[in-house]
Design a protein around this ligand. Sequence first.
Ligand code: PLP
Ligand code: TYF
Length: 395
Amino acid sequence: LFAAVELAPRDPILGLNEQFNADPNPAKVNLGVGVYFDENGKLPLLRCVQQAEQAMAEAPKARNYLPIDGIAAYDAAVQKLVFGDSAAVRDGRIATVQALGGTGALKIGADLLHRMNPEAKVLISSPSWENHRALFESAGFVVSSYPYYDPATRGVDVDGMVGALEQAAPGTIVVLHACCHNPTGCDLLPADWDRVVAAVQSRNLVAFIDMAYQGFGDGIAEDGAAVHRFLEAGVGFFVSTSFSKSFSLYGERVGALSVVCESKEEAGRVLSQLKRVVRTNYSNPPTHGAQIVTNVLTSPELRALWEDELAGMRGRIKKMRAMLAERLQAAGSTMDTSFITRQRGMFSYSGLNAAQMQRLRDEFGVYGVDSGRICVAALNEGNIDAVVAAMVKVA
Ligand code: PLP
Ligand code: TYF
């Protein structure tokens, strides 16, 4: 039966994890996968999550099936977080469904888009999160890329990006990172977003904003600014939300897909199609993680605690960025390290090439992605000097 089945390629990032776990080096450091670790190198269990769970355990509930689109209060809380107190929310113009993490949200959106227009082209940033291409291809699309990272400036090639959008065929789906770009850490500035929105609007493109790191860059509102620019433009667009990082709930698979429509009536039709996609994939979503997030977002005390804890994670990442830049300089690195603190979020494109990344792994037990991407959110005061010393040796 399976004689002709080929071995599928490993996920390059999750594969690194396996290699890291198998490495006997006691000084090994995992800067590969995009996971936030605290100053002790531990995956945090947020106090807001713990308190919400405790309250849930004290009032245990039977687990019926959820509605196909998930917990209603969850979908409403997501809309408020992502779109704020906007006319689109008040007018009921947004269709939101609970999803299995940000990945699940992207896939529901991709499947809906493919039903709407199977011939549409998809553009992702060059480079992008590895899974973007695979997800949209598996939904049936041909995926290409728009210029994004410019190694010369270690920033965004905004002219190249906007130029590519201006040449895209109408109906092209453009996947955009709201903030904390994965893998480069390089984000668009407000004026750049204006140009992107104008290009999307004038060419009748479909924006699909992937927001996997809201609150990890500059703040909840600041990181969501791109969404508000698209709202103001009055175009229809997609937003995938992930709470994996912002609630440290990776394994619970909590996310959502929102589709902004022209009218309440249109949102109703879109929602019915989203529910069809969900029904034919996994019927309805799981309860636990989304209930935690609902309870935290809708309780003033837990919400304040979450914002505080999120600010703590964000602040620690910024501190590690500053420390990495400073210590590289102090260790005699000749490279211009100013880009490290210009970047946002979990990741930094270090500028190291694949051979250098390989040496980091083999000689020093420092694991990053071959593209040069390192997860700054996994640095701490206990491992940073070893990482700096290794980087200086291979650079
Ligand atoms: N989108 C981007 C850009 C990501 O970096 C990630 C990382 O995990 C995801 C989506 C997926 O999020 P989730 O783990 O919630 O599926
Ligand atoms: O880019 C990362 O490291 C995170 C985690 O298939 C991740 O987004 C990586 C690969 C993958 C799923 C999640």
